[in-house]
Design a protein around this ligand. Structure first.
Ligand code: HPA
Length: 259
């Protein structure tokens, strides 16, 4: 069933433009994934998966992250670009900034975190949680777009669906976090568990709670839509620069992980 080697996971307000797109449904051991569009971007086969479902019906805490990642893997995807709307915790950041996280802190509590629920007991390494090769490619493409770009950010994931309190944001800042979102985990870890390269392409839709007057999902979605063209331009450029040779460790993740 191999169809595409590059995957794009679209977050709030983002879908991707591609040539010859056909929509397919992939069943997985974890249930169905949202309809995936497979097509061509810059001459390369790309599979686009809308994380929240075709009609944006899945809230962040109910997304079937295992089905989504499994489905992309089943299509032959080796390298994943994931888009994530985020609030800025770091006061140097501004709305509209582009962020490519280098690390994360996981504050989710109610999500299935792994494909490896049974023997053999498997502990994967996340010393470098986001693929360094894809990060370099994406950072270069983002910088070339002329936007403000941060490449050293720590991403904090909450369960949602509510936004955070100002006290939580102060605590997260004290922990060294730069941006907050609800969908980055466990997606990045599940991709690594299946030895896929994964990078998160975040865009700041708002300053986090306490740093602006109120948070409004409506305004956040509006801001996501405004950034759509920039995201598409950056992803197109990044996809052009992806080579099939993987020199990172992502493809060898499972070596030495089993007890
Ligand atoms: N908090 C959590 N998730 C988000 C935010 C936020 O401020 N903005 C966009 N996604």
């Amino acid at each position: 069933m191999k169809k595409a080697r590059i995957g794009i996971i679209g977050g709030t307000g983002f879908s991707v433009l591609m040539e010859n797109g056909t929509t397919i449904r992939v069943g997985t051991p974890y249930g169905p994934a949202p309809a995936i569009t497979v097509g061509v971007v810059g001459g390369k086969g790309v599979a686009f998966l809308p994380r929240h479902g075709e009609k944006h019906t899945q809230p962040p805490h109910k997304i079937n992250y295992r089905a989504n990642i499994w489905a992309l893997h089943a299509l032959g995807v080796e390298r994943v670009f994931a888009t994530n709307a985020v609030g800025a915790i770091n006061i140097k950041y501004r709305r509209g900034d582009l962020v490519v996280p280098v690390d994360f802190i996981d504050f989710t509590r109610n999500r299935v975190q792994t494909f490896y629920d049974e023997a053999p007991v498997t502990h994967i390494d996340v010393s470098e949680p986001y693929c360094p090769e894809l990060r370099n490619i994406l950072l270069q493409a983002a910088e070339d777009s002329g936007g403000r770009v941060w490449g050293d950010a720590v991403y904090l994931c909450t369960d949602g669906p509510r936004y955070e309190t100002p006290a939580e944001i102060r605590m997260f800042r004290g922990l060294g976090c730069d941006v907050v979102g609800m969908t980055g985990l466990p997606e990045v870890v599940l991709a690594r568990e299946l030895e896929m390269c994964y990078v998160s392409f975040c865009f700041v839709t708002n300053m986090a709670a306490g740093l602006q007057e109120r948070l409004s999902a409506e305004l956040i979605i509006e801001d996501s839509r405004k950034l759509k063209n920039t995201l598409q331009t950056v992803l197109d450029a990044a996809i052009k620069d992806v080579s099939w040779k993987r020199s990172c460790y992502c493809s060898r993740t499972l070596e030495g992980t089993r007890v």
